[in-house]
Every structure is written in C-alpha cells, then in structure tokens.
Ligand binder design. Sequence first.
Ligand code: ATP
Ligand code: MG
Length: 240
Amino acid sequence: MAPLIEIAGIGRVYGATNAPVRALNHVDLTIEQGEFVAIMGPSGSGKSTLMNILGLLDRPTGGRYWFDGEDVATFGHDRLAAHRNRHFGFVFQGFNLLPRATAAENVAIPLIYRGLSRAERHPIAVAALASVGLAHRLRHRPQQLSGGEQQRVAIARALVGDPLILLADEPTGALDTETGKEILKLFKLIHGSGRTIVLITHDLSVAQHANRIVSMRDGRVVSHNMIGEARSALVSRMPG
Ligand SMILES: Nc1ncnc2c1ncn2[C@@H]1O[C@H](COP(=O)(O)OP(=O)(O)OP(=O)(O)O)[C@@H](O)[C@H]1O
Ligand SMILES: [Mg+2]
C-alpha cells in the first residue's frame, strides 16, 4: 500500500528571479496513515511553506508529491481543490474564523464547497461542535468566545468534512499554557480516533506528544526523530 503522503526533492522558491527566496530545498518526507508528526524548526525554516504544499494550498517549484500513490502534479485546479476539501482539515495559530458568522456557520463552511444545503450542513456542524465540547456555543460569534473556544471552533471546522489529515500550524501559539494543553489534549483524542495529524510547533513540550518529530532548518529537513531519541538529542545539547 502506498504511504498517505510521500514527497521527494520538494523545493519552493518565492519571489522574482533576481531575488529568489529558497524556502524549501530538496525536502523528502513520508507520512503514513495514522501518524502524528510534529514539525519543528526556527522561524523562517520553511515549516508553513511545507504545510501549505502538503495541504495542496500551494504548489512546489520542484520535486514530486504523491498523495495515496497519486502524483498531485497531474491534478488540475478543480481536482486539487476537491482533494484538499475532501482530505485535509486546517488549523492555524490565529484561528481564521469569519468574524460575522456564528460558531455553527463557521464550522459549516467546508460543507458549502461540497454543495450541501444550509439545512443539511447545520446538524453536521452542530455534531462537530459538540465533539469539541462546544455544543453550548452554537450561536456565538468569534468575538464572544475565548481564544481556546475559538480554536475549538476552528478544529470543529477542520473536522466537519471528516478529513484523513489534520494540518495544524502553531495551533497553541496564541493561547496561554493551560489553554494550549487543553487544545493539545483534543489533538491527541482526534489522533486516537484514527486521524493523521501534522502539527507545526516551536514548543518541544507540545512536539513530544507526537510519534515523530521532523526538524527543519534553512528549508531542509535536518532530522527525523522518533520521540524518545528526539528528547535525548535535545537534552544532550542543553548547557549544564
Ligand atoms: N509569500 C512569500 N514570499 C516570499 N518569501 C516568503 C513567502 N512566504 C515565506 N517566505 C520566506 O520563506 C521562508 C520560509 O518561510 P515560512 O513561512 O515557511 O517559515 P516558518 O518556518 O513557517 O517560520 P515561522 O516559524 O516564523 O512561522 C522565509 O525566509 C520567508 O521569509
Ligand atoms: Mg510559519
């Protein structure tokens, strides 16, 4: 069986040819169905660029990407969009909710692209909100919710279409430590129910909840560590 995600020699160059920024440089990565992978690395190392490519939000400027054995370079615009909507859920640091829409309306958005009517969308959105503990906040707007609640709404939106993979870019980055822990617990539950998770984080204590840590530097993957090894490698580099 093909891996869920396989990329080889992926590059991404931004900007004009006279001032190119090489955000990704020959990145190879394989992610199997059911993994929980953390991506770590300093600011500017290419983590978000990689996530955008994995999630079919952006195309690489070089290299190959197979999703479930299929070369996504062969997909046209519509097929790519449909694939993204069907298979990926996204969670961002800043929640990215529509300010004028209620929690339930925000969560239902991915279902609009699937052609479901409002009446069909609503119960599915309600169930997704209930699954993240927000059954009592259906009609609240983002402003009326705490940061942790807003992130739960965003997670419900990411899950509402029953995607294979959850891609999260610093999902706890805007939250206090306690709220971040709650959100992380939710990710572990989601992983426990069989979903594949790719989580970008600066925080080693967050990354340690994954099965594997992928470390990036200057647009390259510099190590793939299983969690125990990753921990001891970092500890050995600490002063004192
Ligand atoms: N749209 C863009 N145009 C030009 N350069 C970009 C663009 N997006 C990112 N870059 C550059 O590509 C490199 C990688 O950026 P990226 O956002 O992937 O880093 P990151 O690891 O996510 O950083 P952070 O931890 O700060 O979010 C950086 O040097 C950045 O300045
Ligand atoms: Mg980033």
